[in-house]
Design a protein around this ligand. Structure first.
Ligand SMILES: Cc1ncc(C[n+]2csc(CCOP(=O)(O)OP(=O)(O)O)c2C)c(N)n1
Length: 206
């Protein structure tokens, strides 16, 4: 992965396209964890996969959950979609990820500069010019980089599939509305994910 692609070179991409590009490139095997907010809705709208987990309710948990999944199943690639506001809620998790250094984990930071689903309030990072990829690098995630455009995003996703991480990809995104919202049935979402991950037996199989 390239050393440092700086934030201000990054084009603001159409947000909903990111989850679609991700799931189109990675196939069925990898797990994908969607954080609260549009990360979740966009992942759902991209089409349900057996190994998708949708974090409903609390901000800042997608990366910690992704870390746990990556450590539990080190032979499986794990991608996390987390909003910038949610990352700010739990920024210390970046140091934890760097300390545990799971080779199979890739974090996509969806930076639209706002808490979009609660009304579009600008985040403190947006107001202060905090560079979230620089924060990740300072925490020890040396393979953190901004994706300048869709072509670079595709290239970086491909690298995450074949090269050791942990990886982090920052994306500057627009504020387009979500196409649909995740069905709110947390026990079912949990059970389907656990079955998809082979962590729970499918009842129909006995
Ligand atoms: C701990 C916690 N605080 C506040 C909220 C209310 N809340 C839900 S989503 C959200 C904004 C999320 O922002 P971001 O992660 O950037 O995603 P976006 O909405 O921009 O897609 C807020 C403030 C919450 N669910 N959990």
């Amino acid at each position: 992965m390239s050393a440092a692609t700086v934030a201000h070179n990054a084009k603001r991409l159409p947000r909903a396209g990111v989850a679609k590009r991700l799931v189109a490139r990675i196939g069925d095997g990898p797990a994908v964890i969607g954080g609260i907010g549009n990360a979740n809705f966009d992942l759902w709208a991209a089409g349900h996969r057996a190994r998708n987990f949708y974090m409903l309710g609390s901000m800042g948990l997608a990366i910690p959950i992704g870390l746990g999944v990556a450590l539990a199943q080190p032979d499986r690639r794990v991608f996390v979609l987390e909003g910038d506001g949610s990352l700010l809620m739990q920024m210390g998790c970046l140091a934890t990820v760097a300390a545990r250094a799971p080779r199979n984990l890739a974090i996509l930071i969806l930076d639209n500069g706002t808490f979009q689903i609660t009304g579009g309030q600008p985040t403190p990072a947006e107001q202060s010019g905090t560079d979230l990829v620089a924060v990740a690098r300072a925490c020890g995630l040396h393979r953190a980089t901004w994706a300048a455009d869709e072509a670079e995003l595709d290239r970086l996703i491909d690298l995450c599939l074949i090269e050791d991480g942990p990886h982090a990809i920052g994306l500057k995104l627009d504020d387009s509305p979500p196409e649909r919202q995740t069905e709110r049935d947390p026990p079912q979402l949990r059970d389907r994910f656990m079955r998809g991950m082979g962590a729970k037996r499918d009842r129909t199989l006995g």
